[in-house]
Design a protein around this ligand. Structure first.
Ligand code: DX5
Ligand code: ZN
Length: 221
């Protein structure tokens, strides 16, 4: 499965947003990770509907919508998901996951279930026919700049084996949180194939955006 980079847009420097999007397009970035937060599911606000729509209009890179909101089934339509985009909804945020995933696919978007670090992936047992991927949170959701929760590395390995033995070798695994230069090889070897780059890699202050992306591409070979 090819490996893809999805920069976390809540970590972007808004003063150079246009330049950043140009660089992403030139570098062949696969997705733009949009961290949507409602202040209820997570103790933070980030990236509303207007911002997502404006970014969608401003460039051709598909969105990777990460909905960290209560009752996402009531809010999905606000984002008008497009064909080829990813929509990740948290297991912990809804009582209607099966219907919600079907709704997401109805838009032609890819339906991903997001799992907090403590949530076992066995919750997917009766969803394997309606998911296109799993977003494994490698930090507790809500903020950038946190440290990896160590047990999530084992979770990625176990999840990859679980999906493969259940006939879903095609199901993608996205990792999100402290996807750093040091952690990327561990996450890659554990079986992840979509990497959300934030403050510890894509937007790392120690080098330019282009240099950081080049370094990540090396690690994703
Ligand atoms: C956290 C978000 C992540 C975060 C990543 O709730 O889902 O996408 O912004 O930032 P870093 O890479 O700094 O952990
Ligand atoms: Zn995210």
């Amino acid at each position: 499965m090819d490996r893809k980079l999805s920069p976390s847009m809540m970590c972007v420097d808004y003063m150079s947003l246009g330049k950043t999007l140009e660089t992403f397009a030139l570098q062949g970035i696969s997705f733009l990770h949009m961290d949507v937060m409602d202040g209820r599911f997570v103790p933070n606000f980030a990236l509303g509907t207007d911002f997502c729509r404006k970014i969608r209009k401003a460039c051709t890179i598909p969105l990777d919508l990460h909905l960290m909101v209560e009752r996402p089934e009531e809010k999905l339509d606000w984002f008008a998901p497009q064909e080829g985009e990813i929509v990740s909804v948290h297991w912990e945020s809804t009582n209607h996951m099966q219907r919600l995933l079907t709704q997401i696919r109805g838009y032609g978007a890819k339906a991903f279930v997001a799992l907090n670090p403590a949530t076992p992936f066995t919750v997917l047992d009766y969803l394997l026919d309606v998911i296109d991927g799993v977003l494994v949170m490698t930090v507790n959701p809500g903020f950038a700049g946190q440290k990896l929760v160590p047990s999530t590395l084992r979770k990625i390995t176990d999840l990859r084996a679980y999906l493969d033995t259940n006939g879903r070798k095609d199901c993608e695994i996205e990792v999100d949180g402290n996807v750093s230069f040091e952690n990327i090889p561990k996450m890659r070897d554990a079986g992840a194939n979509i990497f959300v780059g934030g403050t510890s890699s894509v937007f790392h202050s120690g080098a330019t955006l282009g240099e950081n992306i080049a370094r990540i591409k090396e690690l994703l070979q």
